[in-house]
Ligand binder design. Sequence first.
Ligand code: HEM
Length: 451
Amino acid sequence: MPAHAALGRTPVDLGPAETLLVLRKVLGPLVAEGAIMRRPAVTAWAERRQVDRDLVRTLGSLRDRHGGAPLVLRLGPRRIVVVTEADDVARLLQGTPVPFSAATREKRGALDQFVPHGVLVSTAAGRTVRRPVNEAALDTGRPVHGDADLILEVVDREAHGLLARARERGILDWAAFTDAFTRAAREITLGPTARDDTPLTDTLTALRRAANWSYLHPRRKRLRRDLDSRIRLYARAAPPRTLLGRALARAEQDGTTGIADPAGQVPHWLFAFDAAGSTVFRALAVLASRPEARAAVLAEVIPPTSDHPPLLPASRAAVLEAVRLWPTTLLILRDSTEPTVWGARELPAGTGFAIVSAFFHRDERRLPFAHEFTPGAWSDGRAADDRGIVPFSGGPAACAGRDLVLLVASSWLTRLVAGGNLDLEGRSRYLARDPLPATVDHLGLRFTVGR
Ligand code: HEM
């Protein structure tokens, strides 16, 4: 009998018809959208079809039919267990990295293209060295990052420039936004000399596209060497108050530079800033469509002083709510490292587990506010304490960048709301009222900008 006590409901094997249903309505669309780099044509289709609405309904009816038991799919040699109860989400996340490893087969296949030494795909032993280095860089656990003054200066400058250009064009679209956002991300991560290094981001983007295919795509070794050597050039002279500078200092202090590979963590950070950008853009779309929510964010705009970077609670809550409503990590995966007991059944080591974020975040049975924009749920505990609402994952392998994301994203959001006279084109009426659409393609959002 394995060490871990029998918990919860006994998993059920899905038959061919139900397996096909989960593939068609749940896993298929998520994989097609691109887990690592979104595919624009598919995300536009996903919004038209509202694929997340189908996904929530499909998993909800399978949960009801099987009494909340984990759903076991056989996909060739692979066994994937899709959980449908919040308790099981908590068990998987709290049980990371042993007996539930975050370094799953699919994730390793994908991230090996651009961040093979990343903490997320590390063994339990590697994680003990790499996680502290990530936490030091990202200042995990602190709502205001130790280098917030510099970080917010960068955000201010880029947001200001973006708005000036948008006013001239009369339009703010994703291409212009992400250009400015990634400039800021590169500077925060690597220093001012990286601000305009768009080839670095282009190389990363090409590798991320290949990573969408996980282990099915051949390794793009030349591109990866290119990415690696560019980042290592920055590492030679990284300013101490950058994410990379902080990581290097921590590894040096721990005497772990070789194994922790601080420069090798950078591609994850740059890639993950993309999720922060899409969340800001979706939150901006909601605020542009809702005067009351916008007023709450504007009310907290005070002249920032470098001694006290503002916490912006309303803006942070809007960001959190946007990432609850439209999670950017579509699937959270785990592989068991040893046999695990679930109810009356033992599942072998190497079983894959999947948490479908959108299902838990929009679960009407648990959440009366499932489809409503409810930023207050983040301050009164309804969202923050819910075991199924996990936009930043949870447990020992939870997003190490969460606090930094909230600082950076809320600052971007507030600056754009305060500085731009923005009107959302087209979708405004869908976002102005509840229930909110299950799928929103951030790549297609466009605002007209008043002068
Ligand atoms: C809206 C923005 C973001 C969201 C929603 C998000 C969400 C997540 C999630 C769900 C995971 C766990 C993935 C898994 O278990 O497979 C994760 C891991 C991680 N994230 Fe984020 N992330 C965001 C942005 C960032 C940023 C900007 C950084 C760094 C600058 C970052 C750093 C990390 C790191 C280092 C891990 C790995 C943690 C570990 O394995 O111990 N994230 N993130």
